[in-house]
Design a protein around this ligand. Structure first.
Ligand code: ADP
Length: 377
């Protein structure tokens, strides 16, 4: 088996020390050792051709080993490079070294076998992290292509089916109309799932940027409730929006947010409430409350509670409900992505999304968002 060459960068201001490292590591066939004598030169080297491992002296004039480590870790454009700090000083701080982002620490004079073992272990770590990053890259690439390629034919097929249903190609018999309607519904569900998947990946990949503006949560919620009411009516359950007069009249329902993303979040919560409730009611209750949550940067939060009298969620499922692809055991489960995405959107708005639920009684999902301080109507 051909062994891949491993490039190791050694950084030390004392040439004799570099000579020792060279004599130990330079003889190993697949190791290629490069040496520099100060922190600045090390940073330049790393930016030009990231090595697979850095052996870094701690005490150097100019930038010391801790500072070089910090700067390498801050540079997000670099791949992961393991850093082994090497020191001759007893008082060098292991804590500071590890806190600055180094992976391991060795004191001089070192035992040759120990040094070799640490080098081998860090190279294994590097290989395994590289493999993981490659798998994540391939997965993201695959999902982006898949969702993109699925959407176009789905939209086209649905359009054709709608035209058939409208009789553009001749009046279809009743049985056929029913079958076409079913296929349209399935296509729409698939399209919605594909869209959600694409959104989740955009969020995960950090590509999602919020477009912020002042938003009245009441207006937003009112629009969504109106839009989803026919679905609740169909199931014979009441869907109401509840807000106190005082909140409404002071314009206290304003936050800075991304309208499309917040709409997506509330539609998910209210849509789920309708999907998982068969009798009773759904109330969307808006209130302004002081809070103790550190994540929310304003003294008061706008709370939007979506309260249903549906199936409820068992305690062990409650803990996992916001995870990727978690569908619970309800037969109407969809992709299991909606709540994961909802929580991410809440957090991007410096808000929180919490759940209280009891099986057989119902669930309450509460979204809390920072209340806009200058919120005078
Ligand atoms: P999806 O609904 O597409 O499966 P979600 O992430 O929105 O994905 O929800 C995950 C799971 O949480 C659902 O499959 C369901 O089991 C459960 N769930 C969500 N909302 C409710 C609710 N209001 N009542 C009962 N179960 C719910």
């Amino acid at each position: 088996m051909i062994q891949e060459t491993v490039t190791i960068l050694a950084v030390d201001d004392i040439p004799d020390n570099l000579f020792i490292l060279e004599s130990i590591l330079g003889d190993i066939d697949n190791y290629k050792l490069d040496c520099v004598t100060d922190g600045e030169a090390a940073l330049k080297y790393v930016a030009n051709q990231p090595p697979e491992l850095i052996l870094l002296d701690v005490m150097m004039p100019g930038l010391d080993g801790y500072e070089v480590t910090r700067r390498i870790r801050q540079n997000k454009s670099l791949p992961y490079i393991p850093i082994l700090l090497v020191t001759a000083h007893d008082h060098s701080s292991l804590t500071e070294g590890l806190d600055s982002g180094a992976d391991d620490f060795i004191r001089k004079p070192f035992d040759i076998n120990e040094l070799m073992a640490r080098v081998r272990s860090l190279i294994r770590l590097k290989r395994s992290i590289d493999e993981q990053s490659e798998m994540i890259r391939q997965r993201d690439d695959f999902v982006a292509r898949l969702t993109h390629d699925l959407r176009t034919p789905l939209v086209a097929a649905t359009r054709m089916l709608n035209l058939s249903l409208e009789g553009v190609f001749g009046e279809p018999p009743a049985e056929m109309s029913e079958a076409i309607s079913n296929v349209i519904t399935n296509n729409e569900n698939l399209l919605q799932m594909t869209n959600t998947l694409l959104q989740v990946y955009r969020h995960e990949a950090g590509q999602k940027k919020l477009v912020l503006s002042q938003i009245s949560i009441y207006d937003l919620a009112k629009g969504i409730v109106q839009e989803l009411k026919p679905l609740a009516d169909e199931k014979g359950i009441a869907l109401t929006l509840d807000i106190s007069e005082s909140t409404l009249s002071t314009g206290g329902d304003r936050t800075m947010g991304d309208r499309i993303e917040l709409r997506r979040l509330l539609t998910n919560l209210i849509g789920n409430a309708i999907k998982f409730t068969d009798k009773g009611s759904i109330t969307v209750r808006l209130s302004i409350n002081p809070h103790t949550c550190e994540a929310i940067p304003s003294p008061e939060a706008i709370e939007i509670a979506v309260i249903d009298t549906g199936a409820g969620i068992a305690p062990d499922s409650q803990e996992r409900i916001f995870e990727w692809f978690y569908q619970g055991d309800h037969m109407r489960a969809g992709s299991g992505l909606g709540l994961h995405l909802s929580k991410r959107i809440a957090e991007m708005h410096q808000g929180t999304l919490a759940l209280e639920s009891e099986v057989g009684k119902g669930s309450t999902f509460t979204l809390a968002l920072p209340k806009l301080l200058t919120a005078k109507a």
